[in-house]
Design a protein around this ligand. Structure first.
Ligand code: BYC
Length: 311
């Protein structure tokens, strides 16, 4: 092991942050670019299922909230792409990989949003799962990623609360509204559990990412935390979680729950989810239609720089 590697390990073990100019192993840089890029792509693709409801939100208040939330997600994507750039990645290249299906994004965004209760359930469960996963990332070993996560988590917690409040309102409404909420919970519960990734035995990256303190908990630890957190919230809301095996285990001090359909998980991760083709095609079209904006912005920036040089 070289002196550089020893210094790097000492820094990480002492819970200090690795910064862009520090030496780092190639594998550490590669893993971070992979995770941060997937995370950024998830934020950007994640705008689509909810944006589907902006024009059909049932009131001006709900529309304003949803607009703000979707806009926050664009912001999260931008901080994350900027964090990936500090590692030497090129944002245009990352986007190209996304639209060509060569880089992943979260499985959760490949499911359709069929009724307005889905907006509430995405806030409650999907943003709830995202918070569970991302709060520990505020202590991830790479400085720019950890700092980006602080703001992202603050905004995610607003997103989670708006979702829960929306569902509370619907649950106090008519029978039809209560049925819409239950239907949305039935469809989103299992995909939300899948957000945490494969089981620890099947996770190819966890051991190394834990050793580098990129990940602070394993996939199964975070999934368990999310289940334990969600059960009392479901009770308070008055909905049933669609898992007959879900029950409190006093010996473990946790809830037991049923087995995830891993075939479905890998199918969706492999680009064959219910909306996978549509999501990527939409992103690709937005990217192509925005080409003239990027060209105009680059030409303007080049002219501004040359005018500054002349002045
Ligand atoms: N979907 O070895 P593993 C959000 C891939 S929230 C798709 O355990 P790792 C938002 C994994 O990439 C969602 N792919 O991987 C919320 C790996 O493939 P490669 C985004 C998945 O990285 C609300 C392979 O499976 N959050 O954005 O150690 C509104 C083996 O997995 C998934 C983040 O990205 C999945 N669910 O652990 C709007 C958080 N799970 O790359 C937006 C940061 C696994 O080896 N990321 N794979 O080919 C992480 O914490 C970790 O990357 C994960 C996976 C826990 C997700």
């Amino acid at each position: 092991m070289s002196e550089l590697e020893r210094d790097f390990d000492r820094l990480v073990d002492a819970e200090q942050r690795v910064e862009p100019r520090d030496w780092m192993p190639d594998g550490y840089r590669k893993t971070l670019i992979r995770q941060i890029a997937q995370h950024a792509h998830s934020e950007i693709i994640g705008m689509q299922p909810e944006a589907n409801w902006i024009s059909r939100a049932p009131s001006l208040r709900r529309k304003a909230i949803l607009l703000a939330k979707v806009q926050d997600e664009a912001g999260h994507g931008l901080y994350l792409y900027a964090a990936a750039e500090t590692l030497g990645a090129d944002r245009a290249d990352l986007t190209q990989k996304l639209v060509e299906g060569r880089q992943k994004y979260s499985s959760i965004f490949n499911y359709p949003t069929l009724n307005f209760a889905d907006v509430g359930v995405i806030g409650w469960l999907v943003d709830g799962a995202a918070i569970c996963n991302q709060v520990p990332l505020c202590r991830t070993s790479y400085g720019p990623y950890a700092r980006a996560m602080i703001r992202v988590c603050k905004e995610e917690s607003f997103h989670q609360r708006q979702g829960y409040e929306l569902l509370m309102t619907m649950m106090r409404g008519t029978d039809a509204q209560r049925r819409m909420v239950q239907d949305a919970v039935n469809r989103w519960w299992w995909p939300s559990l899948m957000m945490f990734g494969p089981s620890d035995e099947a996770s190819s990256n966890t051991a190394q990412s834990m050793a580098w303190r990129i990940k602070r908990h394993t996939n199964d630890e975070l999934r368990q935390k999310f289940v334990d957190m969600s059960v009392p919230q479901a009770e308070a809301l008055g909905v049933t979680l669609p898992d007959p095996l879900l029950k409190w285990n006093a010996d473990r001090g946790h809830h037991d729950f049923g087995e995830i359909d891993w075939d479905e998980f890998w199918r969706v991760v492999g680009g064959n989810g219910p909306c996978s083709k549509q999501r990527v095609a939409h992103r690709r079209a937005a990217h192509e239609n925005g080409e003239w904006v990027r060209e105009a912005a680059a030409a303007y920036a080049a002219r501004t720089v040359s005018e500054e040089v002349v002045a």
